[in-house]
Structure formats: C-alpha cells, structure tokens
Design a protein around this ligand. Structure first.
Ligand SMILES: NC(=O)c1ccc[n+]([C@@H]2O[C@H](COP(=O)([O-])OP(=O)(O)OC[C@H]3O[C@@H](n4cnc5c(N)ncnc54)[C@H](O)[C@@H]3O)[C@@H](O)[C@H]2O)c1
Length: 551
C-alpha cells in the first residue's frame, strides 16, 4: 500500500532533512519550510515590491501521494484588495527597465555575482538535497529526476556567473555614411514583464526564465502553478540571501483567474508563458500577441532502417516516454519503428524496461493534470481503430492512496497500425498529447515513409523530436522536411533533455520562446534597439550659409 510507501519515503526523507537542516547554517538563514515535516501550518507567502505577505484566505497544498494537507497557499483576491499591490509594483517599472546598456550597467555585474553565490550554494549537497526533497514532495518524480533538474539549474547559474550576464547584452556597431556617424545595435529590456510557469519542473523552468528576464534588465512578476510553487518561493529566498535585490522580482501564489486579472490591469510589455496550448492561445489573444510561448509538445521519435545498440535504444525510449511519469513537455508521445527493429526484439526490450518502474521509487507516480477516466477514454478511442491494441500497461495503478483528482496509471503503449495515419481526423486523435505515461507506437517500411512524413507535417506543436539512425541519407530526408525546435539526430537521439547547454523550445511559431541559453535569453527577454550616433561635424558647404533645397 502506498500509505506504507509514503510513510517509508517520509522516513527516508526525514533522515535526510535532519542531516541537512541541523548541519547547515545557511539553510537556516533562508529556508522557511521543512520539506519532510510539511503540514497545514506550513504557510507560503507572496512577495510584492520587496515585502513577503500573506492573504486573508488560503488554499490547501495537497500531498499528491496521499491527499493530506501539507501547506497553506495564499489565495489573493480582488475583493480583498490583494491584487492591486502587484499591479502597482509592475506599473512602477519604467519601460526602459531597471538597467540597460546605458543606465545602471553595474546591475549586470550584480547578477553575475548573485549567480556565482547561488551556484556555490547549490554545490552544497545539503542545500541541493533540501531543494530536491521539496520538489519531490509536490511533484512526485524519482529523486534522480529531481536531482537532474537542480543540476541543470546549478549549471545555468554557473554559466551566468562573472561577466556573462554583461555579455548577454553585447552590442554591435556598423560604420555610418559620414564622419561622426555610426549605428549601434543594443539588446534592450521590456521593463515590466511576467512569467507564468507550469507544475512539472517547479525549479528549472521558473529559475531559468525569471533570471533571463532579470539579466536583461526587466522587472518580473512570477507565477508558478500553485500545486508546486512552494519550491520557487524557497529558491527566491535563497537568491535574496545571495544578494538579489528584493524589489526586482515579485512572486504570486494564486489561481489562474487573479493572475489574468493582474495581467489585464498592469499590461506587462512581455509575458513568457510555459504550459498548455489552450492557455497559451488565450493569453496570446488577450494580450495582442505580446506573449512568448513554450506550449504543448506532441513529440515524435523515428527509428530508421539501420538497427543497432538495441538495448540502449530501448532504454532511451523508455526514459523518453515514462520518466517523470511522462509529464515532460518533451516526452515521447509517438514512436515510429522501422520494421527491421522487430527482429532485434526492440518492443520486448522496451516492455522489460517498463517492468522496472515502480511507485516505490517514484519511477512512476501521480499524473497531475489527467484523471484515470480521461486517460481511459482516450485509450478507448484509440482502440476503436482497426488493429489497434495495448502493447503494455493500459490499467490503473493499484495499492496506493493517490487521490482520484490525479491520475495513477501504468506506463502504457498503444499500437496503432500505420494504415490509420491518413485522414486529418484520425491523425488529430492519434496525435493528441496525453500529459502522462502513455505513448502511441506504430511501425513502417521505407515504402510507407511518406505517410510518416505527412503525419509529422500535420502535427501542430513542433517542440522536440528524435531521428534514431546513423544513416545520413535517412537523417537528411527526415530533418530536411520537418521543423521541431529541439531535434536530436543519431543512434543516441532522444526526445527529452532540456539542459542549459542547448536551445530548448518550439520552432515554426513566431511567438515561440526558448529557455536557458544566451540565444534563448536574448530572444525572449530583450528586444533590439538601434542607436545611430551622428555627432558631426556638418559638411564644410554649410558654412557658406546656403541651405540645401527641401525635399
Ligand atoms: N514547451 C515547454 O517548454 C513546456 C514545459 C512544460 C510543460 N509544457 C506543457 O504544459 C502542459 C502541462 O501543464 P498544465 O496543463 O498544468 O498547463 P496549464 O496551461 O494549465 O498551466 C500552466 C500555468 O498557467 C497558469 N494559468 C492557467 N490559466 C491561466 C490564465 N488564464 N491566466 C494566467 N495564468 C494561467 C496555471 O496556473 C499554471 O501556472 C502540457 O501541455 C506540456 O506540454 C510545455
């Protein structure tokens, strides 16, 4: 029973936390919650214009493993006058930002220092343990997944230590038309900005995006899904400890509606949204396109005709489809298998990998935004297609206390014959993102590759993709006709992986955002400004007093 499992997990965490908390003075300086002993008395706070504040009413923070209350989340409302301070705070930021290449450039260096100190703190195993444990309490994924998320965040902070924040705002110059003239291109801040982030990466997504905003000179209002925003609150407290000015960033724990209301009234000059496509489209319309989007992914992997490293490929397929219970925007949603892989037993090897997943170590866990009924309904629709079948999984998890508002489902694969990848209607059904442990598998021969390519062209959301092949002709054929923003190619190709060292984001949408790299930060959080220096002298002819004719 998971109640036993949960108890065992808490015991393990307790040992960890006692070790971390008692031995670490820095943690005592900024942390306001104990990840192991979270309870109804663990109160979160909002940060508005430098002040940590509560609200009149509160919402419960629920343990996704057993439904118990593990915290109280602020619930700011317009009725109680709790939204206006956030609106005023954003409005107080000039559109020229808190710093830019001409004004307050010292702040680029300040952020380099903050990053250095924060990265050093995360190097302390007790502090990283604190954050991993906290994340795991609210998004129950394996410790390795939480650790990986924090490592990416740490490396990102290392990357922007020292002068690298300054280098983000590097400008260029072109010679002008005459002496004294020169044009210089700058990366300029937007001023007041907002960031809306989902539940699945409670630290990595908000930290990489909000720091990007701050680096470029913006003020930012941060809202993370309140199911998990306890983690970013503690991280922001750590950043204050590292010298981040308290008024640069506001944090609001709230429901979507009050956030939308704040955005409508404060009109930030840029919103960066990461989450579902439905909400992305809504915000995009409401704010006239001033939204940079990281939205849903129906991420595909295609195994080419050249078979090899079968164990590795099977392992990677399993990781891509089911790590973090399939709740990565980059999760493998569909796998196109060249029939050559059948002889090598690829599917059997994948099934054997799945059998190693367990609630005990959270290599499978709660599905936070899909219920079992919704998953079952989608599976039934797929199974209505002639020849479709369950390859593995397909059932609810048993023996646990995960509340029914969340899904709890076995890692599942549904086989759908390639003959169905024909009409738009069928492709729309087969290519629907299920944000949970479910993938579609199909197989093809080279003579049906065009059907595969047509399907890929139909997919609306072009986030990640993988072409598993070392055959350059095959790779070029697939890459040349597709557009996914983050695409891996080669025998070791994967769909998941959003590290700090490469671009991660969709392609083919002018509103598309990226995360983490210098290019992503510049692209999302700054805009181009060109200053044309024209200092004279005026030409000698002007001294004769004859004005040229107007034109
Ligand atoms: N492309 C990426 O980098 C990326 C990363 C993670 C998740 N995702 C996508 O996110 C989705 C899963 O997350 P979800 O279903 O919880 O997303 P969601 O869109 O429901 O919520 C995301 C965030 O938006 C907030 N929100 C919702 N409506 C809002 C509104 N009207 N105004 C202001 N804020 C609002 C939520 O409270 C939450 O903080 C999946 O589709 C996944 O693919 C994409």
């Amino acid at each position: 029973m998971l109640s036993n499992l949960a108890a065992r997990r808490v015991r393990v965490l307790q040992t960890t936390f006692v070790r971390a908390f008692s031995g670490n003075a820095i943690l005592k300086d900024f942390a306001t919650v104990d990840p192991v002993n979270l309870s109804a008395s663990s109160k979160l706070q909002n940060l508005c214009n430098g002040e940590w504040v509560g609200t009149k009413s509160w919402k419960n923070l629920i343990d996704p493993l057993d439904g118990k209350i593990i915290g109280k989340i602020p619930n700011p409302t317009q009725k109680n006058g709790e939204l206006k301070p956030f609106i005023d705070s954003l409005l107080s930021c000039p559109k020229s930002g808190l710093h830019n290449p001409i004004q307050n450039p010292e702040r680029y260096l300040l952020y380099g220092e903050v990053c250095k100190k924060a990265a050093n703190l995360l190097d302390d195993p007790k502090i990283s343990d604190f954050f991993c444990t906290l994340m795991q309490r609210v998004v129950p994924k394996s410790y390795a997944q939480c650790y990986g998320e924090l490592e990416v965040t740490k490396k990102f902070l290392e990357n922007f230590s020292g002068d690298n924040v300054r280098f983000l705002a590097r400008s260029f110059a072109n010679p002008g038309d005459h002496t004294g003239q020169m044009s210089q291109g700058f990366r300029w801040p937007y001023g007041p900005t907002a960031l809306v982030a989902p539940f699945n990466f409670p630290i990595e997504i908000p930290v990489l995006q909000m720091m990007g905003s701050l680096f470029m000179g913006n003020k930012v209002l941060v809202k993370v899904d309140s199911k998990v925003s306890i983690a970013i609150e503690q991280f922001i407290r750590m950043l204050h400890h590292c010298g981040m000015p308290k008024t640069d960033l506001d944090l609001i724990h709230c429901e979507p509606k009050p956030m939308e209301s704040i955005l409508r009234r404060s009109k930030p000059r840029l919103i960066q949204f990461t989450g579902s496509s439905t909400v992305a489209e809504r915000l995009s319309k409401l704010f006239n396109g001033k939204v940079k989007i990281e939205d849903a992914g129906f991420d595909w992997k295609i195994l080419g005709p050249d078979v090899g490293d079968v164990d590795y490929v099977a392992w990677q397929c399993d990781q891509d489809a089911y790590a973090a219970t399939g709740q990565k925007c980059s999760a493998q949603s569909i796998l196109f298998v060249h029939t050559n892989w059948h002889k090598a037993g690829l599917l059997e090897k994948m099934e054997a990998q799945v059998a190693r997943r367990s609630l005990k170590d959270l290599t499978i866990g709660p599905v936070m935004t899909w219920t079992n009924a919704q998953i079952e309904e989608h599976i039934s629709k797929l199974l209505e297609l002639d020849g479709a079948k369950v390859l593995w999984g397909g059932k609810k998890l048993t023996g646990h206390s995960i509340p029914a508002v969340y899904g709890s489902f076995e890692p599942t694969a549904i086989y759908v014959p390639i003959k169905h990848f024909t009409t738009k209607k069928k492709i729309a059904l087969i290519c629907t993102e299920v944000f949970g442990p479910l993938q579609v598998i199909t197989d093809y021969k080279l003579n049906s590759l065009q059907r595969v390519m047509n399907t890929l062209d139909e997919i609306e959301h072009n986030l990640t993709a993988a072409v598993v092949s070392n055959d350059t002709d095959f790779i070029n054929e697939v890459l040349g006709s597709t557009i996914n923003g983050t695409t891996y190619a080669g025998r070791r190709a994967r769909t998941t992986g959003a590290p700090q060292n490469h671009w991660f984001g969709p392609c083919g949408d002018p509103r598309g955002a990226g995360i983490g790299t210098p290019e992503a930060i510049r692209h999302v959080w700054s805009s181009h400004r060109e200053i044309i220096w024209d200092m004279g002298p005026v030409p000698a002819e002007w001294e004769s007093g004859t004005l040229p004719k107007p034109t």
